[in-house]
Design a protein around this ligand. Structure first.
Ligand code: PLP
Length: 377
């Protein structure tokens, strides 16, 4: 939808920016004062809106931004954010020049990217700043410790490149057993002399994601990379909760239609639910086309007038049906909360994740681009 198109639909995602600020301060309070705070705003800030979240995080003390793609970094630059930005994932060498021109730092673990960055930097008369990514146990991207010396020797000779950082990523910091995370940190520490012995002195050594911030103080180092916690969501049920995080997202709509149906009435595609007696059924103008998981068919519930109303029948692309028989006042135009709080009741992202066999990260990331974001706070 074009940015200036009029909005008629009542469905919206309210983004509480004061909650973002609270979460930055709460997570930051767990780390040493000298530790820098990176707000990870990849995937449009986990569905919340990257530019608005980045600005709010900056106001609250974040001094770095983390993204997954050069495109995401450029979006922040275009919005006027001038803080350092690190692309955490792999980058095609074809993007090297654009990254250097916008002073976007890249994760480096690929010799071809190193060559492309060096060439782009010389050509532009600038320095390409990079953070060496070391794979200590995630098995995803990064130089493996046994290949590190060779890789570092290749990079140390490139005049256009400044190795500003070195980092690793923890695979299990959100689990109750922190043994493997400690092992990863141990391997990471052993890698650092491989760099210094070859003349590289990265100013920023980092490892912690939100789970590391919450549960593993020894992972805090020079900088922490907070993603899910920024949005007021804990990474898992097992992770320590030393601070209270505030949910940022409220996903709401309004009742579009209400009817009373007799027993024996089938509801929605496939007739997977048939009423067992007279029921008041409300139609909501939102569906899987907006990111409301179809797996919530006959499983999810929503909040109407502060009460839970169960989803009946299959979630459609643009509509869902909920049973409001026990909320007799419920009527067309009433606010309905799909995710978030209403009148003391709450449907957290964790609940939708549990009911659909996923993690809350995926629930907020899937919030559709058809849902207008409204900034609050
Ligand atoms: C996404 C990401 C993070 C943030 O992780 P959360 O669990 O959301 O805090 C940190 N570091 C890297 C490398 C990432 O890819």
């Amino acid at each position: 939808m074009s940015p200036n198109a009029p909005i008629f639909r009542p469905t919206e995602a309210r983004i509480d920016l004061s909650a973002v600020a609270h979460n930055v301060r709460a997570l930051g309070s767990l780390t040493p004062a000298a530790t820098a705070f990176m707000a990870v705003v990849k995937a449009d800030a986990y569905g919340h809106g990257a530019v608005a979240v980045a600005r709010a995080a900056r106001e609250a003390g974040a001094s770095w931004f983390g993204v997954a793609l050069v495109e995401e970094a450029l979006e922040l630059r275009q919005a006027g954010l001038s803080e350092p930005i690190l692309v955490l994932g792999p980058t095609d060498p074809a993007a090297a020049r654009a990254a250097v021109a916008a002073d976007v730092r890249l994760a480096l673990f690929d010799p071809d990217l190193a060559q492309a960055l060096d060439a782009a930097a010389r050509d532009l008369g600038r320095t390409a700043r990079v953070h060496l990514k070391i794979d200590t146990g995630m098995g995803r991207v990064g130089v493996r410790p046994d290949r590190l010396a060779e890789f570092v020797e290749g990079v140390a000779g490139l005049q256009g490149i400044e190795v500003e950082g070195a980092f690793t990523h923890l695979a299990t910091a959100d689990e109750a057993d922190l043994g493997f995370a400690q092992e990863q940190l141990g391997r990471f520490r052993e890698c650092l002399p491989v760099l210094t012995d070859r003349g590289l002195r990265p100013r920023l050594v980092h490892a912690a994601n939100t789970a590391g911030i919450l549960a593993l103080p020894e992972s805090h180092l020079d900088l922490v990379r907070a993603g899910i916690g920024l949005y007021g969501i804990y990474p898992s049920d097992e992770v320590a909760r030393p601070v209270r995080l505030e949910p940022v997202l409220t996903w709401a709509t309004r009742v579009a239609f209400v009817k009373t149906v007799p027993g024996g009435t089938p509801l929605s595609y496939g007739r997977t639910h048939v009423t067992t007696g007279p029921r008041r059924i409300a139609t909501l103008p939102v569906g899987y086309g907006d990111g409301y998981p179809r797996l919530l068919s006959n499983r999810g519930s929503v909040l109407v007038r502060g009460r839970r109303a169960p989803v009946k029948g299959r979630v459609c692309m643009d509509m869902i049906l909920v049973d409001v028989t026990h909320v007799p006042e419920a009527d067309v135009g009433d606010e309905v909360v799909l995710l978030g709080r209403q009148a003391g009741e709450e449907i957290p992202a964790d609940e939708l994740a549990r009911l659909t066999g996923t993690i809350p990260y995926e629930i907020t990331c899937n919030l559709g681009k058809r849902v207008p974001r409204r900034l609050e706070g």
